[in-house]
Every structure is written in C-alpha cells, then in structure tokens.
Design a protein around this ligand. Sequence first.
Ligand code: ADP
Ligand code: MG
Length: 333
Amino acid sequence: MGLTVVALGGNAISKAGEKGTWEESLANMEETALHLARIAASGEELVVTHGNGPQVGSLLIQQESAKLEVPPLPMSAVGAMTQGWIGYLVEQTLPAAMRTLRPSKARAAWPRSVLPIITRVRVDPRDGSFRRPTKPVGPYYSENEARLLKKQKGWVMVHDAARGGWRRVVPSPLPLEILEGEPLRRLLRAGVGQWAIPVVSGGGGVPVVVRARGRIEGVEAVIDKDRTAALLARTLRATTLAIVTDVPGAAIGFRTSRERMLGRVDARELREHLEHGEFGEGSMRPKIEAALEFVERGGHRAIITNAEFLTHVIGDGDSAGARGTIVTRTRAG
Ligand code: ADP
Ligand code: MG
C-alpha cells in the first residue's frame, strides 16, 4: 500500500461528442468515481489531479460573449474557476461512490470526504514558451477580430485552416513548484488521507510567477496537466503516478498495422520509443515524459491506462487481468 497520485484526463469529465452539460459531466464522473473508490477501498491512499481543457475553453467563450456586460477575468482566474468547478464535481460524486463499498481491513479509517485545493504552480518568467506561445485556447475569431485582439491586447493569434477561424495561443511553461505542495505534504503526513481525498493542481495548476520582493502574480498561460502531475507525485513522495486516459495504454506503431500496446516497460526502453517519435505530440507524449520523469527521479512506478484497468493494477480488481502501461526504472522494478 502506498500513495498514488491519479491524474484524470478530460474523458473522465466530458466525452467526445457530448455538449458538456452538467448532467453529462456528473454521469461521467460518477463512473470514474466508482473505479477510484474501489482503489481507495483496497487501502491505497489517493490524491487526485485532473485536466481542464474543455472547461477552460467553455469559460473563455462565456467571458468573451458577455464582455460588454461583465468585465472578463484574467486566464489565471479562469483556471482557478475550473479547479473549483471540477473539485465540486468530485465532491458530489466520489464520497457517494465510497459509500457503496466496504473498506478493507488494511484501512484504519475510511475517507468520507473530498478536499479540493485551489493550487498555484510557479513557472519561470523566462521560460522559452513565453516567447513562442503554442497552446490554442478559447473561442474562434474572424480575421478582423483577430487583428483587433492582436493590437489591443497583444494576443498571439494563429489561423486554424481546418476550422477556418483564428484562435489565441498561450504559452505552456514548465511547472517548477507547487505552491500548496509542501502544506499538502504535511497534511498527508499528519494522516489527512485517512479522512479525505485531496483534489489538487487541476488543469496543471494556476500558473504564477514570483516578482520582486516575493510578489506573486498570475500569468496568461496554461501548464500541461501531465507534467504537473509528475511534479505533484514527486513533491508528495508518492509511490505511484497513475495517468488515467481514454486508451488502455501507450502503444508503439499507434494506429498502424504494427500497433502493439506496451505493458511492463523500463525507463530505458520507453525513452527509446519516445525518441523514435512513437507518441502523439500534446496527447500521449506528455504522459510518457511525465512517467519517465517520475520513475527516473525515484518514483516507484508510473501507470498509463484507463480508469477500469487501473483498478486491476492497484485496486481490488483481478490482477491477472491487469493491463495498461506500467513503467518502472529498471526491469526488476
Ligand atoms: P487526456 O485528456 O487523457 O490527457 P489526450 O487526448 O491528451 O487525453 O491523450 C490520450 C490520447 O493520446 C489517446 O486517446 C490517443 O488517441 C492518443 N495517442 C497518441 N499517441 C498514442 C500512442 N502511441 N499510444 C496510445 N495513444 C496515443
Ligand atoms: Mg491531454
């Protein structure tokens, strides 16, 4: 038994083809919560983090369409709003799922609550990504609107040929420090995990920079949630980093005739596949990088799989049926 940081992908909250209603997200999270509850029931201590791409997108559209009546908030505040939104969603689903199960003997107590924490993550103002923003966010604009936004707000706009519109791109700097990480580590050491499951650094955390005299300022950027998940797992000295997504594992030859899913794999072999460009830019690649970073810096193992298969690897599920990509530093693991 140990501490597992679970990073939930967008699919846990909204599925492709859905509108993104509250009812849809409740139904999706209820399903994910059942799997998480089974893992917690087996005695594993959990800390949850999550993506926020679609949620940031829809809030930015709301801000944009209502801007004549209500002043739009900065992106950092919008990021914090999504942490509150999804934290609440987990509060409304996970404790109910826990109540449907019986705790194992391994548990001294049974976490009955969820503890969402609005989390800031420090980034370097000189991070190269500030000079080359690449991450598209928010609504699509016409060419005229895009020109105006460039001029008035200094936004970097890119043309999306497929959708025939313009979009803002923002920097995606590396996460350096989770500002609420140390207090959380102390809380966990004091045993809070027996009572509550923390939900931390959603959407990769609210990006902030530290200015002169320690003044902390939110910045217009997004941090990759998989990268922050690896940093969170290290900060909390977790034994396992579990990246939950919508595929059963990472594959080589993905979507080709030589496709093969990776099962147990050591860091050296995985790094070779990474260097061969086997993993999708901005989708599977950041997960592989997060997994490698975690195990290469002392983490016990990283798992990339879907929520159901995760219960087989670390929950009460059938371990013979355990599938998914399990990364350890060496073969012996
Ligand atoms: P999440 O919201 O969980 O971060 P992403 O869409 O960012 O989800 O990443 C998961 C997706 O990565 C999968 O749905 C799959 O289409 C894609 N992907 C790209 N390369 C690979 C690969 N080599 N093996 C498996 N999935 C891959
Ligand atoms: Mg992703």
